[in-house]
Design a binder for this molecule. Structure first.
Ligand SMILES: Nc1ncnc2c1ncn2[C@@H]1O[C@H](COP(=O)(O)OP(=O)(O)OP(=O)(O)O)[C@@H](O)[C@H]1O
Ligand SMILES: [Mg+2]
Length: 245
């Protein structure tokens, strides 16, 4: 499997906090990979480094073999990397459609084309009925879908999802898992940060575990979930249960 994304020796420090430390992993074309780890492990920082919102202190990031460190977030997005934010932040007064058009305009500069593309994306994520409502009036589950739609509308080859399931109920999580699978089936590679372990176990083919900014385990979900090193990182001591919550 060709590596779509390669992260090599990545490091980022904030003051005295080493948020990401010598992080190396790769994501192959077509994979769904979960990035997990306790709070403060450096997951979101890793996303910000990949997406170009932060610049690493050390290390390389390659997308399709091309070094992307130093490129602007916009340029990285244009290459095919889109992210969602852990704290969803749509433009609250713009309609749902207009929020998605912001993303769609990247590859569809004509407003008419961007509108058509944004509508198609809203159909895909199940928000077509909310198209003309202000984004500020959506429920949390709908806002998470909108966040996904905005990223998808930029036409990514790699989608970085930061806790899109947080705060959702079981039914909403099931639906979102199906949606992520469908998006992946049509050729989009997915790297997702997730605390909802059921989702991690069912949707991802491979799991990368961070703790204290470092990679501590990597492998198939079933193996990682039973890895004593991973359990200890989550719970602070070995054999006190599993990492599901
Ligand atoms: N902009 C920043 N300035 C200073 N410190 C930061 C900044 N961003 C993150 N940190 C710190 O870096 C560490 C990693 O944070 P990060 O948000 O990447 O963790 P995370 O794994 O996404 O955690 P969570 O599961 O809680 O979202 C934490 O100690 C955090 O406080
Ligand atoms: Mg985070």
């Amino acid at each position: 499997m060709a590596a779509l994304l390669e992260v090599i020796g990545l490091a980022k420090q904030f003051g005295g906090v080493q948020a990401v430390k010598d992080l190396t992993f790769a994501v192959g074309e077509g994979e769904i990979v979960a990035l997990i780890g306790p709070n403060g492990a450096g997951k979101t920082t890793a996303f910000s480094l990949i997406a170009g919102a932060l610049r690493p202190d050390a290390g390389q990031i390659r997308f399709r073999g091309r070094p992307i460190v130093g490129l602007s977030p916009h340029a990285i997005c244009a290459l095919g990397v889109a992210r969602t934010f852990q704290i969803v932040r749509p433009f609250p007064r713009l309609t749902v459609l207009r929020n998605v058009m912001v993303g769609a305009l990247l590859r569809h500069p004509e407003v008419q084309d961007a509108t058509a593309h944004a509508r198609a994306v809203l159909d895909e994520v199940g928000l077509a009925g909310k198209r003309d409502q202000p984004a500020g009036g959506l429920t949390l589950a709908e806002r998470k879908r909108l966040e996904l739609a905005r990223a998808l509308a930029t036409g990514p080859a790699l989608l970085l999802l930061d806790e899109v399931m947080a705060g959702l109920n079981a039914t909403e999580i099931e639906r979102l898992i199906e949606l992520i699978r469908a998006i992946n089936r049509r050729g989009v590679t997915v790297l997702l940060i997730e605390h909802v372990m059921r989702a991690v176990m069912t949707v991802s083919g491979r799991v990368v575990v961070l703790s204290g900014g470092q990679l501590i385990a990597e492998g198939p979900p079933s193996r990682v979930a039973n890895d004593p090193v991973v359990i200890e990182a989550y719970l602070g001591e070995p054999d006190s249960g599993d990492i599901a919550r």
